[in-house]
Design a protein around this ligand. Structure first.
Ligand code: PLP
Length: 378
């Protein structure tokens, strides 16, 4: 298989698995237990939290373990709204956020919150001026992600963070796509979320950084884990795996980014030069190294995906499949792209295990897939 869906998830690195195994076998005890076996597991958790905090750039007490990016976003939004007190009931969320934020915001409408979605420009960038307009005196929470998962477009989080800070609005930055790729904007936000399976760590584990002193209620009630703010038995193995994966991702950030962006650029050049009517979606200048979101005139993205899949190439479209119906990408739609361009978009995301051969083979398979689809449509 040629795997070009690294923004969806990445494989678990062998050394990450190796570091996790003792916490699934001999050090399996509950880290909250008071016996020696529990303490051994707890030691692993403490040292994982220290490492994770160091590589996020925060204090260990500000790094809360969660089940991933979805929970991080839910907790930030719902927890900040619950703690907002008399601040007001307005939530500002960018229209290109992951459903973790968009759906959480909609959930809050049931409790009388007003939700305002801020659209990006045609390049997929959320302009600080647009956020500024939306931030009224009764705004309690704002979410604008560090980079979008469909287009890879990097957002001006520093400016947006400053606007929120000036107005006392809780700012959450979804950093699921940027952890291990870019420095995390710890100083610019009240909370940020990362997810370990996006940087070659285990699935079902993530971290919510909460700035010391930020106003936020707990989201998952239960035991006293995570400083009493998030109940549930700590997944020591996943915490240890996440720590190893994050440390590696940060330490090899420059090498990985250079390699991955070179592959992505080679691929895009070959596609743009070799296939008529192919268009890159989103800013090329402000883009993560791994992403290429490309539309193909006269094609259906789903058909391209299926055709590539049949030939052993894994990619994504931005469309969401729910109840058997495919709905178009909310991200490309919010950018104002025409329906045909949205419908024909395919997301290729490269990773550290891809090769030049993967690029060359994929381009050939893609050329023939597009040609066949267009011939049938004519
Ligand atoms: N936020 C973004 C930007 C994502 O890309 C994803 C996953 O694709 C998530 C949140 C959800 O993360 P998780 O799969 O860890 O719940």
């Amino acid at each position: 298989m040629i795997y070009l869906d690294n923004a969806s998830t990445t494989p678990l690195d062998a050394d990450v698995l190796e570091a996790m195994l003792p916490y699934l076998k001999e050090n399996f005890a509950n880290p909250s237990s008071q016996h020696a076996a529990g303490r051994r597991a707890a030691d692993g958790v403490v040292s994982a939290r220290d490492t994770i905090a160091r590589f996020i750039g925060c204090k260990p007490g500000e790094a809360f373990f969660v089940s991933g990016g979805t929970e991080a976003g839910n907790w930030a939004l719902k927890g900040a709204c619950a703690a907002g007190g008399d601040r007001g009931k307005r939530i500002v969320v960018s229209a290109i956020e992951h459903p973790a934020l968009i759906e959480s915001a909609k959930d809050m409408q049931k409790f009388g919150f007003e939700v305002v979605f801020v659209n990006p420009d045609g390049e997929g960038i959320i302009r600080p001026e647009a956020v500024e307009k939306a931030l009224t005196a009764d705004t309690v929470f704002c979410a604008v992600m560090a980079a979008n998962n469909e287009t890879g477009v990097i957002q001006p989080v520093r400016e947006i963070g400053a606007l929120c800070r000036e107005r006392g609005v809780f700012y959450y930055c979804d950093c699921v796509q940027t952890a291990g790729v870019m420095p995390l904007p710890v100083g610019d936000c009240d909370a940020l979320g990362i997810s370990s399976h996006k940087f070659y760590g285990p699935k079902g584990f993530g971290v919510l950084y909460i700035r010391n002193g930020a106003r936020i209620d707990r989201f998952i009630s239960g035991g006293r884990q995570e400083r009493g703010l998030r109940g549930g038995t700590t997944n020591a193995a996943a915490a240890v795996g996440c720590a190893v994966a994050l440390e590696k991702a940060v330490n090899f950030m420059t090498e990985n980014n250079e390699k991955i962006s070179a592959l992505r650029d080679l691929f895009t050049e070959k596609v743009i030069c070799g296939i008529d009517g192919a268009h890159i979606n989103g800013s090329v200048k402000y883009r993560l190294p791994a992403n290429a979101n490309i539309s193909f005139d006269g094609c259906d993205g789903e058909q391209i995906l299926i055709s590539l899949d049949l030939n052993g190439v894994a990619v994504s479209t931005g469309s969401a499949c729910s109840a058997g119906a495919v709905s178009p990408s909310h991200v490309l739609t919010a950018m104002g792209l025409p329906a045909g361009r949205v419908k024909s978009a395919v997301r290729f995301t490269f990773g550290k295990y891809n090769t030049v051969e993967d690029v060359e083979k994929t381009v050939e398979i893609l050329k023939s897939a597009v040609k066949k689809i267009r011939a049938v449509k004519r």
